[in-house]
Design a protein. Sequence first.
Lengths: 436, 510
Amino acid sequence: MTAHDVIIIGGGPAGLAAAIELKRLGVADILILEREKDPGGILRQCIHDGFGLHRFNESLSGPEYAARFIDQAKEMEIECLTNTSVLEITSGKQVTAASPQGMTTYQARAVVLAMGCRERTREAIRIPGSRLAGVYTAGVAQSYLNLKNIMIGRSAVILGSGDIGLIMARRLTLEGAQVKAVFEIQPHANGLPRNIEQCLNDFNIPLFLSHTVTNIKGRNRLEGVTVSQVDDNLRPIPGTEKDYACDTLIISVGLIPENELSEMAGVILDPRTHGPIVDENYQTTVSGIFAAGNVLQVHDLVDFVSLEAERLAMSVAGYLETDTLLSADFSKDSIKTSTKKINKPADFAPAEFIPIEADQSIAFTVPQYVSGQADFILSLRVRHPVRNCQIVLQQGDQIIRSVKLRKAIPAEMIQIPIKSGDLVSREKITAVLEYE
Amino acid sequence: MAQTYDVIIIGGGVVGSAIARELSRYKLKIAVLEKELDVCTETSGRNSAVLHAGFNNRPGSLMAKFCVEGNLGFDRTARELDIPFKRTGKVVVGFDEEDLAGLKALKDQGDRNGCPDLELIDHNRIKELAPFIDGEFALYSPMTGILNTFIYTIALAENAHQNGVDYFFDREVTSIARTGQSMTGIHRVSPEYEIQTKYGMSPEQNSLSRTPYDHFRSRWVINSAGLNADVIARMLGNSDYTIYPCRGEYFILDRKLAPYLTMPAYPVPNAKAGGLGIHLTPTIDGTILIGPSAEYIDAKDDYASTQSVMDLLIEDGARIFPPLQANSIIRSYTGIRPKLVSKNKGGYADFVIEERNTYPQAVNLIGIESPGLTSSLPIARRVVEMIGQKEDLQSNPDFDPNRKGILCFKDQTRDIQRSLIQSNPNYGEIICRCETVTRAEILAAIRNPLGVATLSGIKVRTRAMMGRCQGGYCQTRITELLMKEKNLQPQDVLYLRNSSNMFTGRVRDI
């Protein structure tokens, strides 16, 4: 068995940023395991620009953004094994991976989960109708067009206003396909406003809110879809059906953090984020296993993934100094499997931690609990778009922090920096959204 | 020019493939004509994948006889064909007195049919056998098993093929003419059938056509055309039967739920319903099926799922299986039962397996619905017997009943996995993340002996793209491998059937 100080699972934006920052902090023995032939993760297929505005203060394409990190990792001689798939991670931080060169089990002192996420499929949202050729998730469509030089169709309808769907609306249009419309089941768009503007409005592609696809038609290749308006409970309203002829349906209905390996290691997930429950050090419920990037929570911008991973690196470096951080001991806990329903992740905060709870208007918070010993950034998303609002964090009756926002939308992650000194007690922290 | 055979089998489902395999034991020139691009495309691949014990069928019926026989003989079949199979046992659960009476009747029927070891059990015993299944009492059938219907059918076909049977895909039979008898008017002259087929694709397009022939001659015609068996029977002068398509919808659940279900769990069947009722079945591959509904439909190829049944499956499913959550569903599918009884009549008719004097040497197999999968080999042996009554069958000295499947990397121990990678680096490249399918397995599937070249063909042979991400990670690279291996352009890549083109071409010419 080979030993390493840190093993990073995934060489996408989170894994690369974590590795570089760790190296900068003096951690020498790092190994990245990447399943693809090249590092860079999903950025490899994102040939549009707009990446790096926060992190580098300039607009880069996906591959350009990734190259900055890949080049630096090479320069720093960080070892990255590509074409290597991790098959298993144990709670004892043993990592087994396979590649054409062989199968190896590594012993890590710390493991960084940076596997990213996958797309929800047509099956996950259970659209009735035929199963046939011509239905693609947005990311798969993007991969075919941008990486494989394969054109998927001539006339498309897009379900879901997630960012990749919007990007693909523009991409397909630019390659000569007719994009008929984008339909979003929610009463608000799920993509960033700039993408609505640049990918739909600039190309006269209509966006219909409170609409969804209710039938997929054709026998072998898609021939058309039926679209219906939905009510407040997101159920289709009978009588509102409208047919659209198309040979392609792009599904862009959300991303799910890819945590099957995390669960093998015994990491407990938050059903709201589908990512691990973490403290302010990004440490999961298993001591020495950390998570950042889209495996932890789906981000809106890759810049925030990199920044999150860099903060994680600080924690991991600290952990390695003593092989411990204050960590919850879940081994004694009766809850061993994540299949058990977790309704309030904050309830899982062990005694020495301060849980963070969110009210009904806030979809989740990351971290889910904190030790109170370090500064941290609280990430959250609102459930519905609101204007002139305020996010208030309180402990008991005392307000410890409040942030005023002109608007808050579900598409945008809100990040609030909090100093350990802001905390006034060991009581739980409650995040409340106040709006008119 | 016509291709001439001793026996032509129309339909490459599980029954046609079993017949092909059993007939290949003899010195006969055999061909299978299949209208689709792979075996197991319709009903055979779209069911609960259960090896039934035989207690659901009327004593004295062919269904009962063949089902019991097929069940008892399956261990050997599975060994010979190198296919995954497990006798999980099964419970049929009941809640009230009426159910109990139904279960007792089922047990009596099963006992009479010769199903071994049927047992009526109480609530406590149910909880021991299947802890997450509710019920006051149940019929427990230890002999019931689960298998992979695709792999089983493919294995039969590959074994038949390796023993000399020719497979012709994309050959839809359009007419059958009888010759060889009218010339002399003497019945002793062996009749011969001329079979005309049509291609969905031109022979140049069709990488599955080893030969461009669309015209066949044969001394025997076996109609195992499943949903279209009535159509083929009419071509063979038999207009007495009508197939009533009856659709069943299913959901496939994430393998995370597998620990919660140890064996198939069924409700007490309703005698009038088209099927056995909505039930839960663990699959041999580690997922769970829930379904099927039973809905008589007009078209034999309408495999669409419907909102109303999807809602019903979730509602019923969560009631009989509390661990089910909406987000544990990873896929839906539908199958169509080729029923010989109409909706109004309801229930089951027996299998029809007949040869008529008016059309000698033409065997029609009609209404082969559940338990057709379990009964496939006994049905095939019956067909062999019918041929043997008319002519002297000589054993094929080269017949080999054994076939090797594609080795499943995921199911091996770490040590074996390690040595597999050492001997073949392609085992070290995981293509399908969710189901842990390696490049070596994908390549083996693309190079399958039957010459199938669709994406679905790779999927059913390896389980790649069948997991929770439904190909999100691996589909693009599998497409790439398929194109490279088969020398296909993007516009030639098919999902499942003719006209199921995945792509329109290149984005840019390079």
